[in-house]
Ligand binder design. Structure first.
Ligand SMILES: Nc1ncnc2c1ncn2[C@@H]1O[C@H](COP(=O)(O)OP(=O)(O)O)[C@@H](O)[C@H]1O
Ligand SMILES: [Mg+2]
Length: 379
């Protein structure tokens, strides 16, 4: 049996696999680097684009759901590095949701590399989030831009905003609170790459954030690390001021250390002995946290199945129930559309990536983890 520790960044794939074999349960290795896997197939919704009865039904479906739930449901979109498709996917999902009748606000909170506007064909956003941060405008509503896509509005992060690395805590909370107060059927928030505290706090505006990963082992390892960091960040915030838990949290966050704790089960065992109330809170945090996974840039249908593998890993080592939302293949139309500053689903509505986005959007519709921002995380 492995001890659940994950390797540090590496260059060679063989080295990675060997390290994984040494460090992980071998069954998981097989799952991660094994060959073909099942890829979920959901019904296509092509007829909706042409309108017709099923298109109307689908639109009504969206609207009915939004009527019965509190507005401003929120999806945060994260990924461990730049260039893996966060913005392209966030914008495509927004356009698809807008086309289905939802009132969507897309927010570019990737303040280190804001480019969301380019995927909506906007060269120079007239108003940007830094106008709000620098008090040029009083309310965040004043920086919302209309787009040419039905139902989709944008808050652009372009301009002179301190990068997330330097974002002051007060500024970050100001943005998070302001985003959370926005009224729309759906908020889609594109957050920065990596797993800095700022990124994790943006991601934690909701329990149902989406993590984009590619199929490369390094990306899967980083995605696992991201979820682990989110969990411990949430524990850290929930147990703030509990001095008797500081050492335990540190050992959990550093499984490679000599006294590191390899997985959440063992962390919970030790926590239950130290503090029953916090143990119950930790259990609640874990069961509430239901991240979604989207695999992007898959080269084949078989490769796309890595989301199931990542799901199995986070279940085993973090006791988290993730949801596989679907996969998007590497598609030349995505690149071509990006060059033209046009959404790929508009440039080539039947390209494989556009079909996947429709499937994923349909799946999101049924995803119970999309919810309103969580007020207790705003302070
Ligand atoms: N599925 C895909 N197929 C082909 N190219 C893709 C795909 N996803 C992303 N790309 C390319 O990667 C570029 C960067 O994507 P982007 O969404 O801006 O990354 P991020 O927001 O994660 O930094 C896109 O402009 C596009 O050229
Ligand atoms: Mg981006």
């Amino acid at each position: 049996m492995g001890n659940g520790r994950l390797p540090r960044a590496s260059s060679g794939i063989n080295w990675l696999i060997i390290r994984w074999a040494a460090l992980f349960d071998f069954g998981i290795i097989q799952q991660v680097v094994g060959s073909e896997t099942r890829v979920e197939r959901l019904p296509l919704m092509q007829e909706r684009r042409g309108g017709g009865q099923s298109g109307i039904d689908e639109r009504n479906n969206w609207l009915k759901r939004y009527e019965t739930t509190e507005s401003r449901r929120i999806i945060t979109v994260a990924g461990c590095k730049g260039g893996i498709g966060k913005s392209v996917i966030a914008s495509a999902l927004a356009i698809e949701a807008g086309r289905c009748g939802a009132d969507v606000i897309l927010v570019d909170a990737d303040l280190g590399g804001p480019n969301l506007h380019t995927y909506l064909g906007i060269r120079q956003p007239e108003r940007v989030i830094s106008d709000f941060l620098s008090h040029c405008v009083a309310n965040i509503e004043e920086v919302i831009l209309d787009t040419e896509f039905p139902g989709v509005r944008l808050i652009s992060g372009a301009g002179n905003v301190p990068s997330q690395a330097n974002l002051k805590f007060a500024q970050k909370m100001k943005i998070i609170k302001a985003i959370s107060s926005l009224r729309a059927d759906l908020l889609i928030v594109d957050i920065g790459a990596g797993s800095s505290r700022d990124v994790m706090d943006f991601f934690s505006m909701t329990d149902g954030g989406i993590l984009i990963t590619t199929c490369e082992p390094a990306s899967i390892i980083n995605s696992y690390g991201f979820m682990k960091n989110v969990v411990y960040r949430r524990f850290g915030r929930a147990f703030r001021g509990k001095k008797h838990l500081v050492g335990l949290l540190e050992r959990g966050m550093n499984p490679e250390a000599d006294d590191g704790i390899p997985d959440i089960e063992k962390f919970l065992d030790e926590l239950s002995e130290l503090d029953t109330e916090c143990w119950m809170e930790a259990k609640a945090i874990l069961s509430d946290f239901r991240p979604g996974i989207i695999v992007n840039r898959a080269e084949s249908a078989g490769e796309a199945g890595v989301d199931e593998k990542l799901k199995a890993i986070v279940k085993k080592y973090l006791s988290i129930e993730a949801e596989c939302l679907g996969a998007i293949v590497e598609d030349i139309y995505v690149k071509a559309a990006a060059r033209k500053m046009t959404p790929f689903s508009v440039l080539a509505p039947d390209c494989p990536a556009a079909q996947s986005i429709r499937r994923i959007a349909a799946r999101l519709l049924d995803w119970s983890s999309i919810e309103a921002p969580i007020e207790s995380r705003m302070g």
